[in-house]
Ligand binder design. Structure first.
Ligand code: NAD
Length: 454
C-alpha cells in the first residue's frame, strides 16, 4: 500500500495521509462484497429497510462531524457542508422505503402466470469526483443498496475523508462490513479495476467527460452497465420580461456556489441585448457582495478552490488581457483563493466553450428567443440551466427547447433527492435520484409459470 497526503485547501497545511488501495485490495473487497450481497438480497425487505434507516440515523447523529471534515478536506463553507451531510441522511431515508416497494409486474398472458422480478445486479462500483464527495457518493450507494446490491465506493484522491467516515458509520449502524466498503485510491488503479473486474456488474461514474468516456469504453468489453454524470457548461438565460433585479441578485449563487466547482454551475449568463447594460449594473454589486473567506465561518458563502493544481487550471482562463468586467474579493495569504470573476468574451472564446470548474462566469448578449436557444445549445454538454422570464408561454417553449436534463425557471435549483437528475448529450448517461433510481440497479427478469389443467 502507498499513502497519499491530503492538504487543507484554506490553509495549505497537511491534514492527514490516507492509505491507497492496491489492485489486490480491490479484488479482495469484491470477493467479500459478492458473498455479503447474496445474504443481503435474501434478507426480508423490511429488515433491509430497517438497516438503511439505522444507517440514516447514524449519519444524522454525526452531521456536525462530517461537515467539519468536509470543511477541512474540501474547503466547503460550513453551511454548505452541513447541508451536504444532512443530504446523505435524507437520501438514505428516501431510499429506505425501496426494499418494501420494489415490486415487479404481473402481466396477463394465455396458459399461465407471468411475473417480472427486479433482480439486483450484484456488486456495484461507485467512482466519485472531489467537488461534492458526500452527495455524489450517496446518490449511487443508497439506491443501489436499497435494490439489494453490495457497493464499493472509490472517492476522489483529494477528498476521501467524509466518504471513509460514512463507510465506518454504516458498520456502526449494523450494516454487514463487506456489503458497503470504501476503497480510497487512484483512479488509474482502483477505478480501472472496478471497470475490468468481471464481478463488478455496474459502474456509477461521476467526473470529467474525458475519464467518463474511457470508463464507458472499458465497460463495453464486458457489456457492463454504466451510469455517467459528467461535465457541464450550463446557461442562465435572462429575458427582458423577467424580474431583472432578482435575476441579477441570484446569478452569482447560480455559478459561484462551491467556488464554481459544480457540474451544474450556470457558467454562461445569456442576457437579452436590450437589458444587458442594466443587468450588468445590477450584477456588479451582487458579485462583489459574495462573502469569500474562511470556510469554517458561518457567514462564508464561498471558500477556496480544492487544490493548487486546480487553482492553476482555473487561473489559466483569466490571463492578464482577459476581458474582465469586474471581480469580487478573495483573501490573500495561504489557501487556494480565487475571486468571483465576470468575463465578457466573444462567443467563440474558450471561456464560453470549456468547463472551467471555478468561480469564472462569461456574460453574453443575445438578440431574441431563437438566438438564446441556439446559444444555450451550442455546447457538447447538457446538464442544467436556468430561464428567467415572466411570460409563461416563453417559459414552456424555452424549457422544452434547451437540451439539458435539469432546468429551473426563475430560480437556480437543480437537485432534489426525490426528482431525477442527469445530463443530455456529453453530460452523461442515465439518471440518478428520484423514484426510479433503484430500478437502474436491477435487471428485469420475466418468468412464465405454465398452469396445467386441474
Ligand atoms: P475526474 O474525471 O478527474 O475524476 C473523477 C473520478 O474518477 C475520481 O475518483 C478519479 O480518481 C477517477 N478516475 C480517474 N481516472 C480513472 C480511470 N482511468 N478509471 C476509473 N476512474 C478514474 O473528475 P474530477 O476532476 O474529480 O471532477 C470534476 C468533474 O466532474 C467535472 O467535469 C464535473 O463537471 C464533473 N462532475 C459531474 C457531475 C454530474 O453529476 N454530472 C457532478 C460532479 C462533478
Amino acid at each position: 500500500m502507498t499513502a497519499s497526503e491530503l492538504i487543507n485547501p484554506a490553509t495549505e497545511e497537511l491534514l492527514r495521509t490516507v492509505e491507497q488501495t492496491s489492485i489486490a485490495g480491490v479484488d479482495d473487497a469484491v470477493a467479500r462484497a459478492k458473498v455479503a450481497q447474496r445474504d443481503w438480497a435474501r434478507l426480508a425487505p423490511g429488515d433491509r429497510a430497517a438497516a438503511l434507516r439505522s444507517f440514516a440515523a447514524a449519519v444524522d447523529a454525526h452531521v456536525d462531524e462530517l461537515a467539519a471534515l468536509e470543511v477541512a478536506n474540501s474547503g466547503h463553507p460550513i453551511g454548505n457542508a452541513t447541508w451536504e451531510a444532512g443530504h446523505v441522511r435524507d437520501v438514505l431515508q428516501f431510499y429506505s422505503a425501496t426494499p418494501e416497494r420494489l415490486s415487479g409486474k404481473q402481466i396477463p398472458v394465455a396458459g399461465g402466470l407471468d411475473i417480472t422480478f427486479n433482480e439486483p445486479l450484484g456488486v456495484i462500483g461507485v467512482i466519485t469526483p472531489w467537488n461534492f464527495p458526500m452527495p455524489i457518493a450517496v446518490w449511487g450507494f443508497a439506491p443501489a443498496l436499497a435494490a439489494g446490491n453490495a457497493v464499493l465506493v472509490k472517492p476522489a484522491e483529494w477528498t476521501p475523508l467524509t466518504t471513509i467516515r460514512i463507510g465506518e458509520l454504516a458498520v456502526e449502524a449494523g450494516l454487514p462490513p463487506d456489503l458497503f466498503q470504501v476503497l480510497p485510491g487512484k483512479g488509474s488503479v482502483v477505478g480501472e479495476r472496478f471497470v475490468t473486474h468481471p464481478d463488478v456488474r455496474k459502474i456509477v461514474f461521476t467526473g470529467s467527460t474525458e475519464v467518463g468516456t474511457r470508463v464507458m469504453a472499458g465497460a463495453a468489453a464486458q457489456v457492463k452497465r454504466v451510469t455517467l454524470e459528467l461535465g457541464g457548461k450550463s446557461a442562465n438565460i435572462v429575458f427582458d420580461d423577467c424580474d431583472l433585479e432578482k435575476a441579477a441578485a441570484t446569478a452569482p449563487y447560480g455559478v459561484f456556489d462551491n467556488a464554481g466547482q459544480d457540474c451544474c454551475a450556470r457558467s454562461r449568463i445569456l442576457v437579452q441585448r436590450n437589458v444587458y447594460d442594466r443587468f450588468m449594473e445590477l450584477l456588479e454589486p451582487a458579485v462583489k457582495g459574495v462573502a469569500v473567506g474562511d470556510p469554517a465561518s458561518k457567514d462564508t458563502e464561498m471558500g477556496p478552490l480544492v487544490s493548487k493544481s486546480h487553482w492553476q487550471s482555473v487561473a489559466s482562463y483569466v490571463p492578464g488581457d482577459a476581458p474582465v468586467a469586474f471581480r469580487g474579493d478573495a483573501p490573500s495569504g495561504p489557501g487556494y483563493w480565487f475571486p468571483p470573476t465576470v468575463l465578457t468574451p466573444e462567443r467563440s472564446d474558450r471561456t464560453v466553450r470549456e468547463e472551467i470548474f471555478g468561480p469564472v462566469v462569461a456574460v453574453l448578449p443575445f438578440d431574441d428567443e431563437a438566438d438564446a436557444i441556439a446559444l444555450a445549445n451550442d455546447t457538447p454538454y447538457g446538464l442544467s440551466g436556468s430561464i428567467w422570464t415572466d411570460d409563461l408561454s416563453r417559459a414552456v417553449r424555452v424549457s422544452r427547447a434547451v437540451e439539458a436534463g435539469n432546468l429551473s425557471v426563475n430560480s437556480h435549483s437543480s437537485v432534489r433527492y426525490n426528482t431525477p437528475f442527469g445530463g443530455f448529450k456529453q453530460s452523461g448517461l442515465g439518471r440518478e435520484l428520484g423514484p426510479d433510481a433503484p430500478l437502474s440497479f436491477t435487471e428485469t427478469k420475466n418468468v412464465f409459470y405454465a398452469i396445467g389443467d386441474a
